[in-house]
Design a protein around this ligand. Structure first.
Ligand SMILES: Nc1ncnc2c1ncn2[C@@H]1O[C@H](COP(=O)(O)OP(=O)(O)O)[C@@H](O)[C@H]1O
Ligand SMILES: [Mg+2]
Length: 285
């Protein structure tokens, strides 16, 4: 029984002539304990797919079964509850709350589960130790390096012991040494039985996964199971340009989506204008 099962899942943004088909009838099933790397050019729908799987957003069409439960049509507050219980997120842009210390950031997800402050901090401390940052508990995000910030984000993603960890370009803003550290951590998380989905532009990082899913124009164009430790030839052939960093506004939207379950604000429509698929799709329907 797969932990994640998407059937004919589509995500459309906007309407009429300005419709963007971000996901086009995607089918995907992921077994518990898999480590899936997701690759594809910028704009191919990777983040949209992660946001749907992570219940940060809902599909326009199609079915989503998570842990044997149909979740595509949940109300926002039910959705955020399932999300908090089942899913941990790691984003490219870290998304820590700037004024909170490392330990407070890590403890935050427990604040929504009626766990007492002292218990929260105790657990956060255990997690920080697990990611190797026990001596940085009371540092603020600006006092940490990029790699350390992502270590904190990983600790935060794990504190509620989620079944699924979703990492959207977790090393996108890191140098290669920090990327390696983050990947080793994710690999360790995988070995403890968590299911991981990770978007990456870096073919080398598919090494840690047991499966690679390739996306293009909102569709999965190839899906291969492989040995952990190897980089598939297909992944090696793909050289993508690294997308621009997300803006600070995006980061804050991400934090609020994560913490308060407020749906992410729509991005400006200007970004969707170039889509070729739009016309194709509207003829079809
Ligand atoms: N909130 C949004 N509103 C309108 N269009 C969006 C929104 N989010 C993503 N898109 C569009 O959907 C497509 C897929 O985006 P995305 O999933 O972010 O791709 P990727 O992560 O692969 O770069 C792109 O054309 C993008 O511009
Ligand atoms: Mg993306």
């Amino acid at each position: 029984m797969p932990i994640i099962e998407l059937k004919d899942v589509s995500k459309l943004y906007g309407f009429g002539d300005a419709t963007t088909v971000a996901l086009d009838e995607v089918n995907l099933s992921v077994e518990r304990g898999e480590f899936v790397a997701v690759m594809g050019p910028s704009g191919s729908g990777k983040s949209t797919l992660m946001n749907l799987i992570g219940l940060l957003d809902r599909p326009t069409h199609g079915q989503y079964t998570l842990n044997n439960r149909s979740v595509a049509r949940l109300r926002p507050n039910q959705r955020s509850k399932v999300r908090r219980d089942k899913i941990g997120f790691i984003f490219q842009s870290f998304n820590l709350i700037p004024r909170l210390s490392a330990i407070e950031n890590v403890a935050l997800p427990l604040a929504y589960r009626n766990v007492s402050v002292s218990k929260r901090l105790k657990q956060a401390s255990v997690l920080l130790e697990r990611v190797g940052l026990q001596d940085r508990e009371y540092y603020q995000p600006h006092q940490l390096s990029g790699g350390q910030t992502q270590q904190v984000a990983i600790a935060r993603a794990l504190i509620a012991n989620p079944d699924i960890v979703i990492a959207d370009e977790p090393t996108g803003n890191l140098d290669s040494a920090s990327s390696r550290l983050v990947m080793e951590l994710l690999s360790e998380v995988h070995s403890t039985g968590h299911t991981i989905l990770m978007v990456t532009h870096n073919p080398e990082l598919t090494r840690y996964a047991n499966r690679v899913v390739y996306m293009q124009d909102g569709a999965i164009v190839h899906d291969e199971v492989k040995e952990v430790g190897k980089v598939p030839a297909r992944a090696r052939r793909l050289i993508y340009s690294v997308p621009n960093k997300t803006s600070e506004e995006d980061d804050l939207a991400g934090v609020s989506a994560l913490m308060k379950a407020v749906p992410t604000k729509d991005k400006p429509a200007a970004k969707t204008k170039r889509r070729k698929r739009t016309t194709k799709r509207s003829k079809k329907s």
